[in-house]
Design a binder for this molecule. Structure first.
Ligand code: 4IA
Length: 399
């Protein structure tokens, strides 16, 4: 390797509280340093924050595999904190087999069937928030909504659903290093893993729900009955904390951009693009990894087999090489090609449901609420992977 092939090394820890609180200056530095960089605190990995390379890595599943985990930990070297997900932490052909089943259960057609229920729940919840006037955007709206509609659709009983929040926090922290955030998550787990696995059993799932439909696929011989609970676990891992924070970040974006909210209020059909732009602007999942499955390259830079590749989704989604005026939250933008839901064969399988949730909540707000005002300082819930808010005081002005 000659001098021009030397990978720039930057002294950033993406998991330090400062970077988790405001990752954008770090994204800028990583993008400007080059298409591929090294990070001093994690000398064995390479990182990308430009859209072109993040997209290329996510769309090259032959060279950049998921079976060694999509977090910092290389499952070839260290055991995972829980049995590997059959879909997320897997490669073809196993991944394809699981994906076929989940994409059928979460298909646009299935979403048509849940739409009316999801919309009615959004309207009822926004009405309750409006009656309060001043709300906490997270605890009163962004959190209770997915925590009701998604487990309802999966077919999980109402009792104990708060365990899903603890579990989600743990799953996403586990994709980072063994830092204090992970230790704090782990300390809260108590009965949670047992509750999750118990609620993945068919006996706990409402007949006809998304969870039961996985068992129907097992009945049909598409997967084994031993695999079925593990796929239900994927619903419970990926379907709640993600949409909670997607909605929370969208509320944050709208509250801090009153002119954009005014456009949404004037034309509620902008709910879907407003949510999509929020995904671009504040990517809920900030980082994912792949692992080089063989000696390969990124932008001509050699990457050795078994190297972890850190993809800054939030960096790619604000790359000025891709997006004009990327720091601007603009609901008139059509941010096609953002990577907030991933890209390629592992791209979010639940994205039609996630978008439905965003659309119906923002539609209900747009119709009933004239303005959303910031009613006090927000606080962040730091997580190794998620861009998450803890509190978001808001004043809702009725239309
Ligand atoms: C799983 C990437 C994130 C949304 C996710 C988390 C967990 C699982 C899938 C996706 O457990 O399969």
């Amino acid at each position: 390797m000659n001098d021009t092939m030397t990978i720039p090394e930057l002294d950033f820890d993406p998991y330090a509280p400062e970077q988790l609180t405001d990752p954008y200056p770090m994204h800028h530095a990583v993008r400007e340093a080059g298409p591929v960089v090294r990070l001093k605190p994690y000398p064995t990995l390479v990182a990308c924050a430009r859209h072109e390379q993040v997209h290329a890595v996510l769309n090259d599943h032959e060279n950049f595999i998921s079976g060694a985990g999509v977090g910092l930990t290389n499952f070839n070297l260290e055991p995972p904190f829980r049995p590997k997900s059959l879909i997320l932490e897997a490669d073809p052909p196993q991944h394809t087999q699981m994906r076929t089943i989940l994409s059928r259960i979460l298909s646009p057609k299935a979403v048509t069937q849940i739409r009316a229920t999801f919309a009615a729940e959004a309207e009822a919840l926004v009405d309750r928030c409006l009656a309060q006037g001043t709300i906490d955007g997270i605890h009163d709206l962004a959190q209770p909504y997915p925590l009701k509609v998604f487990p309802d659709a999966v077919g999980v009983e109402a009792d104990g659903r708060e365990h899903l929040l603890v579990y989600g926090d743990m799953v996403f922290n586990s994709m980072g290093p063994r830092n204090e955030l992970l230790a704090k998550s782990a300390a809260r787990m108590g009965p949670v893993t047992e509750w999750i696995m118990a609620h993945c059993a068919r006996s706990h799932l409402r007949p006809g729900g998304f969870g039961d439909q996985i068992y129907q696929a097992a009945d049909a011989g598409e997967i084994t009955h031993e695999q079925a609970p593990m796929l239900v676990r994927s619903f419970l891992s990926a379907g709640v904390d993600t949409t909670i924070n997607g909605l929370g970040n969208a509320l944050f974006a709208l509250a801090h951009h009153p002119a954009e909210y005014a456009k949404l209020h004037a034309d509620p059909t902008l709910a879907r693009p407003a949510f999509e732009e929020a995904l671009r602007w504040e990517s809920t999942a900030q980082t994912f990894y792949r692992t080089a499955g063989r000696d390969t390259q990124i932008a001509g830079v050699p990457v050795a087999e078994n190297t972890k590749v850190l993809c800054f989704l939030g960096g790619a989604n604000r790359d000025p090489r891709k997006w004009p005026d990327p720091e601007r939250y603009d609901i008139g933008r059509r941010p096609t090609g953002h990577v907030a839901l991933g890209s390629g064969i592992h791209g979010c399988v639940g994205q039609a449901v996630a978008r439905l949730e965003g659309e119906v909540v923002l539609t209900a707000l747009a119709r009933r609420v004239k303005a959303i005002e910031v009613a006090g300082p927000h606080t962040r819930r730091l997580n190794n992977t998620l861009r998450a808010l803890d509190t978001l005081p808001l004043r809702l002005i009725p239309a």
